[in-house]
Write a protein that binds this ligand. Structure first.
Ligand code: FAD
Length: 458
């Protein structure tokens, strides 16, 4: 009887899962998830993501049980735990998905060494966590693309495999390997009140609704803050409860400008992944340094607190920061303008903002978060690194009626229309609640001058 282990990491699904299908070629499969101590130790295990993970593990276990199997969950050092399960089941092979962070590379190297020393083999599969594997397309002169447009051109030409069906049955060894009790979200303290549910079944439901309803207007409406017209599939992509290959395939089939625009966003996700895979240090160091001497000290700390709490006095910034705290998710346009506000208008280090996002975002993802923060800070791959987004102009453009601000900043609910983006102009007009809302913590012109001087562009 030959046995294979399939090690789930950021791919918590049964549909379109190459490692599961490859492991399934053995007589028996051991589906395994390890709650990796290193992830908790480095502070990455934020409550919102732990809850989504708990939902997703339960759902994966259900999907495996429907097919005759079940999920084994262990906690500890991932290499030790995999080796223990391999020894207990006498498995000859371990199958898992490739991933891009420095930690994922280290994990893979350690695991391969440990398994090979016991005469077992590790198989790492591509196109599980990305649609196109990092390094599959490269420019002539480098190991990765630093500019999106030529990357996307090449990316679009890659022949992408068809999505794979979920296996009908999963044959697991009788008895044998013990599992811990599956975690549950009810045991996780400090969750955002409006946190979405996790799990593949939930992800597939959301995907079907998106393909029927939302994708058609995506190109026109993706920047509409109040319209909330994006897919909200990011956390499913982060945990792999949905497959990027399947998303690209189905969005292409849906077609139209919406389908194309959506596929382009999935390519952005792959783009940041191939940058991080080639430059793992970019998770914490400037990709292209501007030798910033970011503000620090008491005043800067107070500004950061106001930004985190959604009390900067700039309504659209505050609305977005409050959405983040309440839902553990923020609209992309909100992410762009709050990141510009922190790094450019307040001139605070992008790592401070990235950390706060990672503490709350259910889709918090090293590649997407750190590389997008660097993009906005002008230390990443943006070809216009010194552009600054004006929060009043952004508010008027992407929340023209002010509905997004009124939804998240109740102190301003009494101001009609776009005037809500400049509440200071309403002072003295006896507006209910306005006194509870702070004055701007910084003049935009002052922030702009400080930033330009710092970057040597005044
Ligand atoms: P949709 O608009 O429906 O897009 C579909 C998918 O495309 C997304 O789910 C996502 O996987 C991908 N995508 C969309 N925009 C981007 C982008 N700019 N870069 C890379 N991939 C993209 N995304 C994360 O998944 N995790 C993060 O931690 C994260 N942090 C961010 C931090 C900042 C400062 C910024 C500016 C952006 C960040 N993003 C992050 C990217 C983007 O904001 C989110 O992916 C998107 O808002 C998720 O909503 P959605 O699923 O409705 O997106």
């Amino acid at each position: 009887m030959n046995v294979s282990v399939v090690l789930f990491t950021a791919d918590l699904r049964v549909h379109d899962h190459p490692p599961l299908l490859a492991a399934h070629e053995a007589d028996e499969v051991v589906p395994l998830f390890v709650r990796d101590r290193a992830v908790a130790d480095c502070g990455f295990a934020a409550p919102n993501r732990l809850a989504f993970l708990a939902d997703s593990l339960r759902d994966l276990d259900n999907a495996l049980r429907e097919r005759g199997g079940r999920l084994i969950v262990r906690s500890g050092d991932i290499v030790d735990e995999v080796c223990k399960v391999v020894a207990e089941t006498d498995a000859g092979e371990v199958h898992m998905a490739g991933d891009v962070s420095a930690y994922a590379h280290l994990r893979e190297r350690r695991l391969r060494r440990a398994l090979e020393s016991q005469g077992r083999r590790l198989h790492v599969h591509d196109t599980v966590t990305t649609a196109v594997a990092p390094g599959e397309v490269t420019p002539a002169s480098s190991d990765h693309f630093a500019v999106f447009t030529p990357y996307f051109r090449q990316w679009s030409k890659v022949h992408q495999r068809d999505p794979l069906a979920a296996p009908r049955t999963v044959r697991v060894p009788d008895g044998g390997t013990g599992s811990e009790t599956l975690p549950s979200r009810s045991g996780v303290p400090g969750l955002s009140e409006g946190l979405a549910a996790g799990g593949e079944a939930e992800g597939r439901k959301r995907l079907t609704a998106w393909l029927r309803g939302g994708i058609g207007t995506y190109e026109d409406r993706h920047d509409d803050l109040a319209g909330d017209a994006t897919s909200r599939l990011s956390s499913h992509l982060h945990f792999g409860t949905l497959s990027p290959v399947e998303l690209v395939h189905r969005a292409r089939r849906a077609g139209g400008p919406g389908g194309e625009a959506f596929v382009r966003q999935i390519a952005w996700r792959d783009f940041h992944r191939q940058v991080l895979a080639a430059r793992p240090g970019a998770a914490s160091s400037d990709y292209r340094t501007k030798h910033d001497r970011w503000r620090s000290g008491r005043e800067a700390r107070e500004d950061v607190e106001a930004w985190q709490e959604g009390r900067t006095g700039y309504p659209v910034v505050d609305a977005a920061m409050r959405q983040l705290r309440y839902e553990g998710w923020m609209h992309n346009r909100g992410r762009l303008l709050t990141a510009s506000f922190l790094t450019k208008t307040l001139y605070v280090d992008w790592r401070v903002g990235a950390r706060h996002f990672l503490d709350l975002l259910v889709d918090g993802d090293i590649a997407n978060n750190q590389m997008n923060w660097q993009w906005m800070a002008g230390t990443g791959t943006d070809s216009r690194p010194n552009r600054v987004l004006n929060p009043v102009t952004q508010g008027r453009r992407y929340d023209p009626d002010g509905a997004y601000v009124r939804r998240w900043v109740p102190e301003l609910a009494g101001i009609d229309g776009p005037a809500v983006h400049e509440p200071w102009k309403q002072r003295g007009l006896d507006r209910a609640g306005l006194d509870d809302y702070p004055d701007p913590i910084v003049e935009l012109s002052e922030g702009l001058t400080r930033f330009r001087q710092a970057r040597g562009r005044d």
